[in-house]
Design a protein around this ligand. Structure first.
Ligand code: AKG
Ligand code: FE2
Length: 364
């Protein structure tokens, strides 16, 4: 639902616009959400479903063709019906996943002046940190209940200099996640009826773009009156998300919000905007959001995986041909898409909407 500016008359606390939410949440006097954060969600509890797909990565890459083809079918169904799945047996060591969560937490615990070195000045800054805000449909600025750090990690590697361990572990995690990404996209290529290496070749995955982002959501005194990240879709092909065991990610499915719970060591994967564009709309970029809670700090670590930065992404030619020559999305250079999205956070309407080609009168 659209955010509503709540009644400010009983929430008169105003805060410095650039204050870290961590600092604010740690002030013991805070009993309610300051008015800049007011974002009422009456459905923030979310529903549960035991049918959220679980995909076993080891079966996608296994030699047994029967098992593999069943795993590919499950993957196709997950992409078509949910745009979301829980990936297990992916081969990335548990210590690497734990260490990246811990090192990300260490970043947020650095002194403020260290974090402020990465305050965003331009969309193309390769390292950014801060807290965030969005414009709601009524053009009001809503502050988000989360601090973040983001950096471009592939094909060029950037990372905050401190803590030193963060640099090392982000490099390792992104390196280990690339073969997983490419194998999943080979399977997705086959599922779309394309050659196994089609997505890899056309979108130049040797130089695939990867962005590391860590989100820090401190406990919130009124979780229904604030939001960590409002509903949005991600740029790129597939997003990989892990967290510190505190729930908060919800995905939209058949018009309802579902909580995602995940077994330890799994990766939550969602289909993103450029898979929707490339598949000419066969796979949808799934809407998701991060809700907050009053009990525990939540940390999520995201790797957004896209094509090479300089690729102009179009719907795949063979799929357009199968759709009677009708491309449903306009082309756009991938890195331009990312940077307009990072600089222009509008609630509810993203770049993807702007690239959709509406059917001509003869098609209606
Ligand atoms: O923290 C989460 O669960 C969601 C993060 C997210 O959607 C994002 O960083 O794009
Ligand atoms: Fe996201």
């Amino acid at each position: 639902m659209a955010p509503t500016a709540s009644d400010v008359s009983n929430q008169t606390t105003l805060i410095d616009d650039s204050a870290y939410v961590k600092v604010l949440a740690e002030s013991s006097t805070l009993k309610s959400v300051p008015s800049q954060f007011a974002y009422a969600t009456n459905d923030s509890k979310g529903s549960y479903s035991d049918s959220i797909p679980i995909i076993d990565f080891s079966l996608i890459t296994c030699a047994d063709s029967e098992q593999r083809s069943k795993a590919l079918k499950d993957l196709a169904r997950a992409c078509e019906e949910w745009g979301f799945f829980v990936l297990i047996n992916h081969g990335i060591p548990e210590t690497v996943m734990k260490n990246i969560i811990d090192a990300s937490l260490e970043f947020f615990e650095l002194p403020e002046e260290e974090k402020r070195r990465y305050e965003p000045r331009s969309a193309s800054d390769p390292i950014k940190s801060g807290t965030g805000s969005v414009l709601n449909v009524a053009n009001q600025r809503i502050h988000l209940w989360r601090d973040y750090v983001k950096s471009y990690v592939h094909p060029e590697f950037h990372s905050p200099h401190k803590p030193q361990i963060l640099r090392e572990i982000v490099a390792e995690y992104s390196e280990r996640s690339r073969p997983v990404l490419r194998s999943l996209l080979q399977a997705i290529s086959e599922n779309l009826g394309l050659e196994q290496g089609y997505i890899d070749d056309v979108l130049k995955l040797d130089s695939c773009f990867q962005l590391y982002a860590a989100n820090y959501y401190p406990p919130c005194p009124e979780p229904d009156q604030a939001i960590g990240i409002p509903p949005h879709t991600d740029h790129g092909l597939l997003t990989f998300l892990i967290h510190n065991g505190v729930a908060g990610l919800q995905i939209q499915h058949n018009g309802k919000w579902f909580n995602t719970n995940s077994p330890q060591n799994s990766i939550l994967v969602n289909t993103a905007d450029h898979l929707e564009i490339f598949s000419n709309g066969r796979y949808k970029s799934v809407k998701h959001r991060a809700v907050v809670n009053s009990e525990a700090t939540r940390i999520s670590v995201v790797i957004a995986n896209g094509p090479a930065p300089d690729v102009i992404v179009n719907p795949a030619a063979p799929l357009v041909e199968r759709d009677d020559g009708r491309a449903l999305y306009l082309p756009m250079k991938f890195i331009e898409y990312v940077e307009t999205m990072l600089s222009n956070r509008l609630e509810g309407k993203g770049n993807l909407e702007c690239l959709k080609i509406s059917p001509g009168p003869e098609d209606q």
